[in-house]
Design a protein around this ligand. Sequence first.
Ligand code: T4K
Length: 382
Amino acid sequence: MTSPLEPSPEPIHVTRPHLPPLADVVKLLEGVWERRILTNGGPLHEQLEAELAGYLGVEHVSLFANGTLALLVALKALRLQGEVITSPFSFIATSEALSWNGIEPVFADIQPRSFSLDPASIEARITPRTSAILAVHCYGFPCDVESIQRLADDYNLRVIYDAAHAFAVDCHCGSLLQHGDLSILSFHATKVFNTFEGGAIISPDAKTKKRIDRLKNFGFVDELTVAVNGINAKMSELHAAVGLAQLPGIEAAIDRRRAVAEGYQRHLAGIEHLHLPDFNQAARPNYAYFPVRVDDASPISRDGLVDHLRSHGIITRRYFHPLIPEFQYYRSNASADPALYPEAVRAARQVLCLPIYPDLALESVEHISGLIRQPLSDRNDG
Ligand code: T4K
């Protein structure tokens, strides 16, 4: 075992994709080679939609080439216009999907525990032009879905959940993906469940799924009819094969993530100025990320800790710094004003995502924790 203060031999990255046995993928691909149906809703695509619906506890899954295209199409499917209230503390794709649809993102503040939109701040941003709320289950922690739905009902707004991080997360009433008008998932290499690249939309009913399935296939109803202004956002058979091979191992992968998270909770407990994530927010968490906060009174800053860990080969990430409105493209947005989202500003300054993935060794978790404890404790003593 590496001693807590020795450098790691190999860099440890914030994540490492979970892969199914290659033989399982090859077996599925043999069928693809025989059938020569490579895409456009092939049998593996259909099978993965059905198996995912069963596993996730939802009725209607539409697969996509990636999560960003799923977001683009979800917004289009609901015919949204004007302004949509969203989180500044997310991956840039959340706002980019709005901009690509000609919709203006309006940034509201987040709650410090869940890192997800604060209903009070959403309400303060509602105008006559607001058509929807695009909320993010950040790090897989559930949004306050009930308060958000109440606001939507009161102001006649639609709700879309960017659930890119929330694969297989349950809230108090079952699958988190059942809330809102639509939810989208990402199956990118860095996600809990990956198809290399991929994504999905969860629809509440068969009619909505049909509309979404047309939108992702150029809007075709049949060979002669295009009903909507669609796009090509389909998942190929190759990616579906990876997904089908992943599913049998997903429970074990989430269990191993839990063991890593519990290891960090154990080894990092009681360090002053270091605040650990609260996974009890979900009835069933997925441990997609392990975000810690380095508070402003800490003897070492968050960025100092990033550099310290990097010098020992531990590559953490500051998801989500910079905030979306700090990127050049959004700086001129009318709601790009840090005074409107102080909690998001604080989170972007304090949060550090530690390595977490199924085959991260528990010895490495102890090693990383020792590296974190050192500068926080040393300087406290001095
Ligand atoms: N909404 C939200 C809230 C999202 O977080 C995302 C994506 C989306 C929507 C859009 O979904 P997609 O269109 O991507 O399906 C990553 C991902 O590219 C991105 O999918 C993800 N969110 C975002 C939070 O993180 P980076 O810039 O961190 O990726 P990268 O390449 O630096 O990877 C991080 C680490 O993972 C690397 O240091 C090493 C490891 N890695 C990565 C890849 C791609 C591997 O070991 N193997 C790999 O193949 O963005």
